[in-house]
Ligand binder design. Structure first.
Ligand code: ADP
Ligand code: GN1
Ligand code: MG
Length: 356
């Protein structure tokens, strides 16, 4: 680790470097120096991202593009160069490391503390989508192929069930059956895209609440982080992934399913924030399909958790045995709750969209 830290042009001398945050993918550290100055050091997950240098080219291009629109350093992620002037370090063991300026005086929440927090995260992601509307999408590398291709995720689940490499399928038969019973719905958004009814946009693709930094004093958005999956995608999926995570009344890995609901007030708060920033740019059809994005992103994420469990927990970081099953259970519980609240979700979106 010391050898890695020495590569970067730091302000001050390092005094500590500890694991940080609740991301499921990269290895993230908080690096402090005696200046004092804070940084976020990250080792990219080489199993998840096939071409990490291409990923870094995306991040560099997107952050440069955003910085032209807003020069406040807390409003855009800032990469810290190495002594050689590179914006990442490829170590001799093949690991790719990058260093970001720590976004100071900020909050990064795993759960909204108030309705307003979630509304503000909607503002952040809506604004983000707007800011990238004119980004040249064709120049972006697809960092994870078929990332939000829900039918493909189902194929991966079925393969994992078939292989059952860890002999776990029998223990999650009920979950498998529940997920398979929704398979027919998986293609709903992608088919609208194929038929030209929904446009491809430059999207974030991982719009969890803990991928937004809020100002600690005003609790309004500073910037969107975790730019590893920016790729062409559907607006409904970005909207939907935020609902999946932020409008749930429980944590993603809650074991007591009686606590898990998709809260309509939280849904409304996020929708209001999101549409207030990007509603004007979305087509009528995109707006109508936002609830579908919420349902399909939740379904897809659950399929991915269940698949990872069957494959031996190789993709998402886990902290306990059965962690991915717990996550898969909350997601299917949310899907069922959304089905109950479907008309209200649609009505909310249409009502709020008429204001923008
Ligand atoms: P992962 O892909 O593993 O989710 P993230 O890039 O989202 O990795 O980082 C994990 C966590 O680290 C975030 O949820 C946030 O708490 C924190 N973090 C990341 N970048 C910064 C930053 N520049 N400033 C402050 N905190 C950050
Ligand atoms: C991962 O990296 P993180 O923790 O922000 C995952 C998302 C999932 C999410 C579930 C690159 O997000 O797709 O929705 O976990 N990111 C990647 O919490 O796979
Ligand atoms: Mg993250």
């Amino acid at each position: 680790m010391k050898a890695v830290i020495e590569q970067f042009a730091l302000e001050g001398s390092p005094i500590s470097c500890e694991r940080y945050g609740n991301g499921h993918i990269n290895e993230t550290y908080l690096l402090l120096t005696d200046k004092p100055h804070a940084y976020i050091l990250q080792k990219l997950n080489r199993h998840v991202f096939e071409d990490r240098e291409a990923l870094m080219r995306n991040v560099i291009a997107v952050t440069s593009f955003l910085r032209k629109q807003d020069s406040d350093p807390r409003h855009v992620l800032t990469l810290v160069p190495t002594h050689g002037g590179e914006l990442y370090h490829l170590a001799s063991d093949g690991e790719l490391w990058r260093l970001y300026e720590f976004v100071t005086d900020s909050l990064c929440l795993d759960k909204p503390e108030t309705m307003e927090d979630l509304r503000q995260s909607g503002v952040a992601f809506g604004r983000f989508q707007n800011q990238l509307a004119d980004f040249p999408a064709a120049t972006l590398h697809e960092t994870i192929r078929r990332f939000h291709d829900t039918p493909f995720r189902y194929e991966q689940l079925k393969q994992a069930i078939e292989r059952d490499s860890f002999g776990r399928a029998a223990t999650v038969r009920r979950e498998i059956d529940l997920y398979l019973s929704h398979e027919e719905e998986a293609d709903a958004l992608m088919s609208l895209c194929r038929s030209g009814e929904l446009p491809l946009r430059v999207t974030h693709n991982d719009t969890k609440l803990n991928n937004v930094m809020l100002d600690a004093a005003t609790r309004t958005p500073l910037c969107v982080i975790d730019l590893d999956t920016i790729m062409p995608g559907l607006a409904a999926n970005d909207f939907g992934d935020s609902i999946r995570f932020g409008a749930s009344t429980a944590a993603e890995d809650e074991q007591d399913l009686s606590k898990v609901e998709m809260s309509l007030p939280l849904f409304e708060a996020y929708t209001e924030g999101f549409l207030s920033e990007c509603g004007g740019r979305l087509t009528r059809r995109e707006i109508e399909t936002l609830p579908l994005g919420a349902k399909l992103m939740t379904l897809e994420c659950g399929v991915r958790f269940l698949t990872d469990y069957l494959n031996g927990d190789v993709y998402f970081h886990i902290a306990r045995e059965g962690h991915n099953v717990d996550r898969a259970r909350t997601q299917i519980t949310l899907v069922a709750d959304m089905e109950k609240k479907w008309e209200r979700m649609q009505e909310t979106v249409l009502r709020l969209s008429s204001k923008n």
